[in-house]
Design a binder for this molecule. Sequence first.
Ligand SMILES: [Zn+2]
Length: 493
Amino acid sequence: MKRVVTGGVSHETSTFTPVPTTLEAFEERFLVRGDEMLKIFEKTNSTIGGFIDGAKKHGFELIPAILAEANTGAPTSRQTFDDIVGELLDSIEQAGTIDGVLLELHGSMCVGDLDDPNDGIADAEGYLLEKIRKRVGSEVPILAELDIHSNVTELMIENADVLLGRRSYPEVDMAERARDCADILVRIWNEGIKPTMALHQIPMVWGMNQVTAHSPMKEAIAELRRIESNPGVICGSIATCYFLADVPDMGASVYVVTDNDRASAQRYADELGEWCYARKEDWHFHMPTTKDALALAEAAGKFPVIFADMRDNTGGGSPGDSTGTLQTFVDAGVRPACVLNITDPETVNQCHAAGVGATIALNVGGKSTPLQGEPVAMTAKVVAISDGRFRYAGPMYTGLENCLGPSAHIESNGIHVILTTLREQPFDTAFALSLKLDPRAMKYIGVKSAAHFRAGFEEWAGAIYVVSEPSVHDLGNLPYKRLKRALYPLDNT
Ligand SMILES: [Zn+2]
């Protein structure tokens, strides 16, 4: 039986956020080893879950090493990264003779102090893949699934046999792409295909107009599929980049894998990359404030209406306690309304101390930095409290358990707020429901999410407005200093 090591390190790193990424941040999300990894991810819509499916389908043995995954935040320390990488490499060593490596990576991780060449690593995945390549040699295939928001580098391309990016946003295809990786690995063994990759780095930052179910992103994915239908092409990917990273290779890209034909891999990557660049304005859109969007929503009359505050998307590395949308709801007196979720451990503690049913004066949110807005003064009733444990029920992470730490549901004049200790965007309604709040019963809904919330909300929403409220992340004001190429629209290329 063929033997394949699996695991990985997955972190989207913002060089602009004050939210640290400690060892605890990995422990709070996933820092799992050995059989525990298989137990947690089996039958879930996740990357490792897809590798497990692939192993079952094709009958190869999956050897779980270590998986480290933390929520988006600032660079993790070099020490923490080195410890995780060391453990992954040791596990590969201890596995003995192996026939492949299947990895979960993000593609936009950086580590340590980037101003210190002895400490900082701007391309953590390239670094990690190079180490694994040295350990396993050139004959053992290395395949990795990447996030759609990756900043892909030549070092990553050189040291992997196959990189395959997600092609749905919201990223509901985690398991599906992992199963594709497993299928390709089996073709390497059985058909003798020789994956050969090429990268085309596009001179642009992809804006947030990238929900794959809608135009114009739908057409980009169709174009990707057209490229993939060419003879000899094994797979291709579009990376819409992660723009909150001041690293040399930040920017959108296309990467294509062919069967042993480097020149055509490059030609197809260039063709698709140029297609994307020719439409560079299409990937950006104007975002109104919640207040302006509220006026539009009232005029349109389609409810429930969702206001997605993209700037305070915890999935993008924001602190999750900005108050712009909540303050707008309070000022406008809209009801029934809710905001999902505000990260505010201090207020959660007050709620837990007061107990369910109590009415207390609270200052909600706005505590991490003044950039996130002022706290909102509310006299609110504590409707429910919990330890934050729940299980995802929507199309993303389906079936997976998570814990957001002590949490609370408060209500004041028909405005409900879900408060958490740990940062998390709402991928579906399961967490709110665990705290006795049914978002479907609301008329006005604020979420701190760019697009992933759509997985569990779009189907039943009357209207969705992507809005912008003050936060630590504002593309127009980010002080980039390490970019190696000019990028639209930053440099107006
Ligand atoms: Zn992503």
